[in-house]
Design a protein around this ligand. Structure first.
Ligand code: SAM
Length: 226
């Protein structure tokens, strides 16, 4: 079973997303276990402070190291465990990285807020720093959900035939082929005839070709260079 431990000061953000669809089923089937840790509960002072002003001056608050350290200490570590700081400065996340992460037994995800976390968290408490893209969000909670979702669907037994991951985008350096469903004709916009032919070999060939043209058109950078 893969375990996700998420450290946050906004624990309620996750409730509805994790209680639906594939992520809900994966938990029910005991394929994944999610634990949300409220960093504030691990702040020792009277006011449960999790952030403070920045040494050297300047605007904005910085998340303190002690409550994060205490929260991490309260988490039981599995053998194959990775502690990740969500940060716009990290290595950019992609499907290849999701595959790598899906091989772990435990992912510990630290969500920053405000100006981010005290630099000593980055230096002493984590294994990796991951960004979900070159833009700045208000917190690490959405990036944590992105990682949990994309990693979970790669774990065997999570995705059924209905949502098969076999031919998905980024497999074999290609984007997915186009999909159609009923009706055959909507306002004169028709489904390609070949898909209605019942000729499986021809359909396969069409899909392979479309995946390639799709990739050439939209994401040439994915194709091998020669
Ligand atoms: N001052 C930081 C900087 O410029 O690098 C940005 C802090 S951001 C407003 C607050 C938190 O949101 C970060 O600590 C991080 O946890 C999260 N975050 C924002 N953008 C992110 C991204 N693209 N990928 C991952 N986490 C992100």
């Amino acid at each position: 079973m893969m375990r996700f431990d998420i450290l946050t000061i906004f624990p309620n953000i996750f409730n509805s997303y994790f209680a639906e669809s594939i992520i809900k089923r994966a938990q029910k089937k005991d394929i994944i276990k999610i634990r949300i840790h409220d960093i504030r509960k691990h702040a020792k002072d009277k006011h449960k402070t999790t952030d403070d002003t920045c040494y050297g001056g300047g605007p904005g608050m910085v998340m303190k190291i002690e409550p994060i350290y205490n929260t991490l200490k309260s988490i039981k570590k599995k053998k194959k465990s990775l502690t990740i700081l969500l940060s716009p400065q990290g290595q950019k996340f992609n499907q290849k990285k999701a595959k790598q992460l899906s091989k772990y037994e435990q992912l510990i995800l630290i969500c920053g807020r405000y100006e981010g976390v005290d630099e000593r968290v980055r230096k002493y408490l984590i294994n990796e720093e991951i960004s979900i893209g070159d833009y700045v969000l208000t917190g690490g909670e959405i990036p944590a959900m992105v990682i949990l979702d994309s990693v979970t669907r790669l774990i065997p037994g999570v995705v059924g035939k209905k949502e098969s991951i076999e031919y998905e985008s980024f497999e074999n350096n290609l984007l997915d082929f186009p999909h159609y469903t009923k009706p055959e004709n909507f306002k004169g916009w028709k489904v390609p005839k070949i898909l209605l032919s019942g000729d499986h070999a021809k359909v396969e060939e069409w899909r392979r070709r479309k995946a390639l043209t799709n990739t050439k058109k939209k994401r040439k950078d994915l194709l091998p260079k020669n």
